[in-house]
Design a protein around this ligand. Structure first.
Ligand code: SF4
Length: 416
């Protein structure tokens, strides 16, 4: 038994006995954040070692700071960063807790409270953690209607049960001048809400500066995409998931810009791609044994990227940050119908030239399962090997490892 197993067993025992394990969790993340800083994984390039540090540090703040705010992945966190708040998104918390082997107890807690078994386990583990008092109560909650239909239920449930103020943004599914004005009005209301909750005034210049950084980050992301088609760096599924921090909630941070500049440099200096490259759609099963064995530091396969890390690549206006955020939310291709999403993915595919594409269908996620057959048809037309696999990225007990192994082996055999 290693230290992590012992630590997980102790927290699980606390949870089983209904004892508060928050301080234990806080201590563990504190140790983890310093460990990755002082003992980085030497197999990783510099950029990913840095990503490890910043993702851990943001997780620590988001789960322990007095200024933490819980958000969904698509919430306009730029506004929160402009108020020096510490946002953290639901999926990051659940994945982190699953990495600590706590998901079983947490999901059990959520289900025993009446949460449906078929609800996405990213949300169930998070709700279980909230019900177990494993997380510091945030100042408030912010979520959008974009993409994931589980958000409204989860955030409303938490707001009602913990009596936490909640702001919900209704994002129209089509871009139009009316939709933009409607959303701008809501964003202004969000700012007033945050001002009321924090007692501070928004500094519009700071928000503009955040949008400026974001634009520079997207410039670096585009360079990465061009290089990812030709080069390869040693990586793992976890690091592609960590990029959700830098491509979404923390995209406007200076640290994020530094990370992408380092990544571009690492890719430029990396060796030419000689492994089969796989592009992922939707999410990554970073705790599933077969996927881990196949993709983490693999000699024959390389992870090219995941679509959600490159979901919005347009330059935003910096003179009116509210307009910029409204455009960003409305023009996200994932906020619209399948046509827009597949057109966007095709662009990413043509830039990165993968040898195969895998769509990971998270159990309980209608957004993933509903598109699988459409993706299959589209990739057939493009003559790119494609498969979709049902996996639970959080609740490991839900995965039939034998079936997944057979499915992956057959797929990779067919593209040899
Ligand atoms: S996997 Fe699907 S249901 Fe779960 S959080 Fe992501 S989009 Fe929402």
């Amino acid at each position: 038994m290693n230290y992590l197993n012992i630590y997980s067993t102790v927290i699980n025992n606390f949870l089983k006995k209904n004892k508060n394990a928050y301080n234990l969790l806080k201590l563990g993340i504190f140790i983890g954040k310093n460990y990755v800083k002082f003992f980085p994984d030497k197999r990783l390039p510099k950029s990913l070692r840095y990503l490890h540090q910043i993702a851990f540090s943001w997780t620590y703040k988001g789960m322990t700071s007095k200024r933490c705010v819980w958000v969904n992945l698509f919430a306009p966190a730029e506004i929160l960063l402009a108020f020096n708040l510490d946002p953290i998104f639901v999926e990051a918390i659940s994945a982190f807790l699953s990495g600590l082997e706590l998901e079983d107890e947490l999901i059990l807690r959520a289900e025993s409270f009446g949460i449906s078994e078929s609800f996405c386990s990213f949300h169930k583990a998070f709700i279980g953690a909230v019900l177990s008092d494993l997380l510091k109560k945030p100042k408030f909650l912010v979520a959008t209607s974009s993409i994931c239909d589980a958000n409204l239920n989860t955030f409303r449930f938490i707001s009602e049960n913990l009596k936490i103020p909640f702001f919900f943004l209704d994002v129209p599914r089509e871009y139009s001048e009316e939709a933009k004005d409607y959303l701008k009005l809501q964003l202004k209301e969000l700012i007033s809400f945050v001002e009321k909750e924090t007692g501070a005034k928004l500094d519009l210049h700071k928000l503009s500066r955040i949008i400026q950084i974001e634009n520079q980050v997207r410039g670096q992301m585009k360079k990465c995409l061009e290089l990812l088609g030709k080069k390869q760096i040693p990586t793992t599924l976890t690091f592609e998931m960590f990029m959700l921090y830098t491509s979404h909630t923390f995209i406007g941070k200076e640290e994020t810009l530094r990370f992408y500049k380092m990544l571009v440099e690492d890719l430029r200096n990396a060796k030419a791609r000689d492994k089969k490259g796989v592009f992922f759609i939707h999410t990554l099963p970073m705790f599933e044994e077969n996927f881990k064995n196949l993709f983490n530091f693999n000699k024959d396969l390389t992870i090219i990227g995941m679509d959600l890390n490159y979901d919005f690549l347009e330059e935003l206006p910096t003179d009116d940050p509210i307009e910029a955020l409204s455009i960003k939310l409305l023009k996200n291709p994932y906020n619209s119908d399948f046509e827009k999403r597949i057109e966007h993915i095709k662009k990413l595919i043509s830039l990165t030239s993968p040898d195969a594409v895998i769509q990971v269908c998270q159990m309980g996620c209608k957004q993933s399962i509903g598109c699988s057959m459409l993706f299959k048809e589209e990739f057939k037309k493009l003559d790119i090997p494609f498969t979709f696999i049902d996996v639970d990225c959080v609740n490991k007990k839900n995965n039939n490892h034998g079936q997944i192994k057979t499915r992956l082996e057959a797929f990779f055999e067919s593209i040899k």
